[in-house]
Write a protein that binds this ligand. Structure first.
Ligand code: KDG
Length: 317
């Protein structure tokens, strides 16, 4: 049994070198991405066993993704390999203030899009203490939403704690669709993670992060709600109590995947017991993730805990 099991699509990210633009760059860097895969890699890197369930094409690109995840120690025994479909891609031009990061998806007709509940061995997928899911998966293809609901229900019925990260992507669904799916999945989850901006844009809520967490908990009937606010840190409404952790000062070179690193830190902390510690590990992992290129966060437990304990202190090695 693994500690955390996730399900979602992996994509290859193609990015111009920092400071160059997609429209005229001569080279593209390749990184493996995919929100749930990023969470699994970050967890495995700190020593938490993690399984990632997905579908990959049996091509050099699909194998590249699997090799990348396996090199971090992620368990891949429930991945379905397909002969006919493709791997999704996305192009990301990393911004630098005032130029925002821009993302272009190229992920129609992917292997993951044809993954069906009947393809999966649910006992294996859900053999975990925590199941982690995100709104990206629900919005990918017709039937992906049903797959997310089924995973949450199968997980819950087997006694796992189910965590759902709203992770709204405007290129994949409308705010109304994302809000309505979140309301639907809410009765099958134990923990909701939501960015403050998503709480405002999807649910029309207002106020500071603690108020947003309270309102989301009431509106969706979820007892444990975590709201992240970037430089404003993160807060949790957890079984009627409130917790907060500040963001750590970061010079960001690449913000993509920071939310997944936060989620991984949270899950790791939840496994160890304290919601407050979980928030602190989350903000530490998010800030570390932003200091390196790529979607994945591969820092050791020691590096994260050192930062979570003594925020911003200089470490000499
Ligand atoms: O959170 C980072 C992810 O967004 C990235 O790795 C790619 O899954 C991805 C997506 O759909 O944007």
């Amino acid at each position: 049994r693994v500690e955390v099991s996730t399900l979602g699509e992996a994509v290859l990210r193609l990015s111009p070198p920092t400071g160059e633009r997609l429209r005229d760059c001569a080279q593209l860097r390749v990184h493996v991405g995919g929100a749930e895969a990023n969470v699994a890699v970050a967890l495995a890197s700190v020593g938490v066993s993690a399984r990632w369930t997905s579908a990959l094409p049996d091509t050099v690109l699909g194998r590249r993704v699997a090799d990348s995840l396996a090199s971090a120690g992620v368990v891949l025994d429930t991945v379905r390999w397909t002969a006919d479909e493709r791997l999704g891609l996305y192009f990301a031009e990393i911004g630098s203030p005032p130029r925002p990061t821009s993302v272009l998806y190229d992920r129609a007709g992917t292997a993951f899009g044809s993954l069906h509940a009947d393809h999966l061995d649910w006992a294996a997928v859900c053999e975990a203490r925590i199941i982690h899911l995100t709104g990206i998966t629900a919005a990918l293809a017709p039937g992906s939403d049903a797959l997310v609901l089924r995973t949450a229900r199968e997980g819950r019925s087997r006694g796992a704690l189910v965590v759902y990260d709203v992770n709204y992507r405007a290129a994949l669904s409308s705010p109304e669709e994302a809000a309505s799916f979140t309301a639907e999945v809410a009765s099958d989850i134990d923990v909701l993670i939501c960015r403050a901006e998503d709480a405002r844009d999807l649910f029309g809520l207002a106020g500071d992060p603690p108020a947003l967490a309270d309102d989301l908990a009431k509106r969706l009937g979820v007892g444990r709600v975590v709201v992240t606010a970037g430089a404003g840190g993160a807060v949790a409404r957890w079984d009627g109590e409130s917790f907060a952790a500040p963001a750590l000062p970061t010079v960001a070179v690449d913000r993509i995947g920071a939310g997944d690193a936060f989620a991984a830190g949270m899950l790791w902390g939840v496994l160890d017991g304290s919601p407050e510690d979980a928030l602190r590990r989350g903000t530490a992992m998010a800030s570390l993730a932003m200091t390196v290129q790529g979607d994945q966060c591969r820092f050791s437990a020691e590096e994260v805990l050192e930062l979570a304990r003594g925020a911003g202190r200089e470490v000499r090695r």
